[in-house]
Design a protein around this ligand. Structure first.
Ligand code: G6P
Ligand code: MG
Length: 220
């Protein structure tokens, strides 16, 4: 019944969630901001300025808008340094196999990442060619708004109810679940991603024939 696949990037396809966290952690330490047990989960999938607010916490009002922009830029420079060494070895398990499977069957595939660095990451991983659409985060409201997933579906010209979307963040699952009937696959921790329609540990557990059989029949 599904006709298209939409992917989050960081933590689903690419092993970059840890690099975002590393860069934020450095900033938090430099600003002497605490790093709580749930900080990691809170930061996942969150757009850059919203992430900075999590780091600043109750000290947020002490910083001017310009000051905050400078801090976010500082984190981004560090992140860009970290992704300079990315290569196809940083693809998460099952990602390239699944993308190749979809591509061989001409199943429309889109990226719905909040990251303004997404295009650079796709290039570094050598997988740009698999995506017919890369939704622009600058044009959409941040997750948990469904905006970016709806924009991806629209660009693919497939109704949301025929799209299956992959996410590793609670904010991302919430976004998919409010995207007009889109189906959410939670990749990672089952308990934290309990709102997803299906849960898998990694993309290696996903069996595409279970979901895209009709698409294959339509092609062949
Ligand atoms: C993704 C990541 C987040 C990151 C956000 C913005 O959603 O999961 O950790 O904060 O993108 O990334 P950017 O590269 O634009 O700062
Ligand atoms: Mg993610």
């Amino acid at each position: 019944i599904y006709r298209a696949a939409i992917f989050d990037l960081d933590g689903v396809i690419a092993d970059t969630a840890r690099l975002h966290l590393q860069a934020w952690r450095q900033l938090a330490d430099a600003l002497q901001r605490p790093w709580a047990e749930d900080t990691e989960e809170k930061l996942k999938g969150l757009e850059r300025m919203a992430s900075l607010e999590v780091i600043l916490g109750e000290k947020s009002s002490k910083y001017s808008t310009e000051g905050k922009i400078a801090l976010a830029a500082r984190k981004n420079s560090r992140y860009q340094e970290l992704i300079r060494s990315l290569s196809p070895a940083d693809l998460l398990p099952g990602a390239s196999e699944l993308l190749a499977w979809l591509s061989e069957r001409h199943i429309p595939t889109a990226l719905a990442s909040a990251s303004k660095n997404a295009t650079a990451v796709l290039e570094a991983l050598g997988i740009s060619g698999y995506f017919s659409v890369v939704a622009d985060p600058e044009m959409s409201a941040p997750k948990p708004s469904p905006d970016i997933f709806l924009a991806a579906a629209r660009s693919l010209r497939i109704d949301p109810e025929f799209c299956i979307a992959f996410e590793d963040a609670t904010a991302g699952i919430a976004a998919i679940k409010s995207a007009e009937g889109m189906t959410a696959i939670g990749v990672g921790n089952k308990e934290t991603l309990a709102e997803a329609d299906y849960n898998i540990e990694s993309l290696t557990e996903f069996t595409p024939t279970d979901f895209f059989l009709s698409a294959i029949q339509a092609v062949s």
